[in-house]
Design a protein around this ligand. Structure first.
Ligand code: GLU
Length: 503
């Protein structure tokens, strides 16, 4: 009974993709790859009022940056295409008509003002207005009007919508892979609009028709679509089609654990909520992205995977390929996943260690003007020495400036600790030892300097602390022998002479 797995990511191009959307795409991608299935991108752009220029490109760029190639989608393997709903527009009307024909849907002519009046009227009576079985006969539609009236209105080109006729007194049994069995009393459902007289389907109709025509086997989407599940089930039933399986992913919660993560949380707490930078085409407002903030796509994919899923083991580091192997929809949690910005940094720090030093060096050079003239091989070696302390390439300068420029001051607190009586003489002696080392390698430096310290029972701190201050300006940085080797004999001696002058 294994069916071909075909899943889709179906964003609406109404703006940049929130990381929650990227997580949905990722879980679809993982499920498809795990099951030798297809990952499809469908652009749900039926709501032209909310269409935003550039959003579709952004979605594709974001997927591409994360390494999630789609198998079918706009411009690619258009076997079930087109994959933009606006280009499928002419296809939906016949399905709405089919539902009218079978008695599962009806025309409604109520104006916006009339509906508004009912809504307010109910409110004043402390009730909620629901357009369904209990009042539809009192409203203006093809169930309450005569056939002639309906025909006359349609012929006259009056505005209408087509509504789904939700049944009375039934219990629906829905299934969700993550949430299990869900029972819904149809009496609480309203008669949702499926189609409008402007010729456009609503999300519900287009979504179901396309999932059916594109032979989607599993619908994996955010929890916010769970309330639509009852209608979607009924639509499949009304059409006589097999429904796909459903999995509704848990919400992504604020770092406090309370409420849904919003764009404003990111602004407030200083972390991005979008994968890549986005400039609003209308306001020119720029929203920062993980990419531009210096995150590696591997880190982003890894932390997104853990928002609502875990492998059930202690392992936290997963490449995209490893995620494909380990992923299981049954291990996705029902409850909301708290977003932890510190953990995203932890992942980035990890993936920093796996990056190629030369590529990092190129990025480093591109952001620090002081490095433009410096040899790339040298920068690459520096990167190799300091990256274990870095989370972002933007941390590099702070961690490595002393490889490129001598310290201009010595950290006061550190100086108090390091510069003692006798330091001057020790530094003079050290300088002579260094001047005598011809083979200026880390091994030779270690051998001669450590040898001198132990032979004379000087104590390592007494030499190493002032030496480090001379080289770095603070009690920080990688191994002093590495630093000396990197900056070379002349520069090492110069820096020791500088410190001697201040003693
Ligand atoms: N277009 C919907 C969205 O923007 C798709 C929901 C679904 O996957 O059914 O999220």
């Amino acid at each position: 009974m294994t069916k071909n797995v075909r899943v889709r990511f179906a964003p609406s191009p109404t703006g940049p993709l929130h990381i929650g959307g990227v997580r949905t795409a990722l879980f679809n991608y993982l499920y498809a790859k795990k099951n030798n299935g297809k990952f499809i991108l469908r652009i749900e752009d039926t709501d032209q009022n909310r269409y935003v220029e550039g959003a579709e490109r952004y979605i594709m760029d974001a997927l591409n940056w994360c390494g999630m190639d789609f198998d079918e989608g706009p411009g690619k393997n258009e076997k079930f295409g087109p994959y933009r709903q606006s280009e499928r527009k002419d296809l939906y009307k016949q399905y709405a008509d089919q539902l009218i024909g079978s008695g599962n849907a009806y025309y409604a002519f109520d104006t916006a003002e009339a509906l508004d009046f009912h809504r307010k009227d109910h409110e004043t009576k402390g009730k909620t207005f629901i357009y369904n079985w209990h009042n539809r006969l009192k409203l203006k539609n093809s169930l309450s009007l005569s056939a002639e009236d309906v025909k006359a209105k349609l012929d006259a080109g009056e505005d209408y919508v087509i509504r789904f006729k939700s049944p009375q007194d039934e219990t629906l049994h829905l299934k969700d892979i993550i949430r299990g069995d869900i029972k819904i009393d149809t009496n609480i459902l309203d008669d949702k609009v499926l189609f409008k007289s402007d010729g456009m389907p609503t999300y519900h109709l287009a979504n179901i028709v396309d999932d059916h025509l594109m032979e989607i086997s599993h619908v994996i989407r955010g929890e916010e679509w769970l309330p639509s599940l009852a209608l979607h089930y009924q639509l499949y039933q009304a059409f006589g089609w097999d429904a796909p399986e459903f999995a509704h992913l848990p919400l992504i919660l604020k770092p406090t654990g309370k409420g849904k993560l919003s764009k404003r949380d990111g602004d407030k707490m200083g972390f991005p909520v979008f994968p890549i930078e986005w400039t609003d085409p209308k306001t020119n407002e720029v929203s920062r992205g993980y990419k531009e903030d210096g995150y590696f796509p591997e880190a982003m994919v890894n932390f997104l995977a853990f928002l609502g899923w875990n492998p059930g083991t202690e392992q936290e580091i997963f490449s995209l390929e490893e995620l494909v192997q380990a992923f299981d929809l049954k291990k996705v949690n029902k409850s909301g996943a708290r977003f932890d910005p510190d953990k995203t940094k932890w992942f980035n720090h990890h993936y920093m260690q796996e990056q190629n030093d030369n590529i990092l060096a190129k990025k480093f050079k591109s952001i620090i003007p002081e490095l433009s003239e410096i040899d790339e091989n040298y920068v690459t070696m520096v990167v190799g020495l300091i990256k274990e302390r870095a989370t972002f390439v933007s941390d590099f300068w702070e961690l490595s400036h002393f490889f490129f420029t001598p310290p201009t001051a010595y950290d006061e607190k550190a100086a108090k600790k390091a510069f003692k009586e006798g330091t001057l003489e020790l530094m003079e002696k050290l300088k002579t030892i260094i001047l005598h080392i011809d083979d200026f390698t880390v091994t030779a430096l270690q051998k001669d300097i450590k040898g001198w310290i132990t032979d004379n029972e000087i104590g390592f701190g007494k030499v190493m602390m002032p030496l480090r201050l001379a080289l770095v300006g603070a009690l920080q940085g990688p191994d002093v022998f590495d630093i000396m080797f990197m900056i070379g004999k002349n520069e090492t001696v110069k820096r020791i002479e500088n410190v001697i002058k201040t003693l």
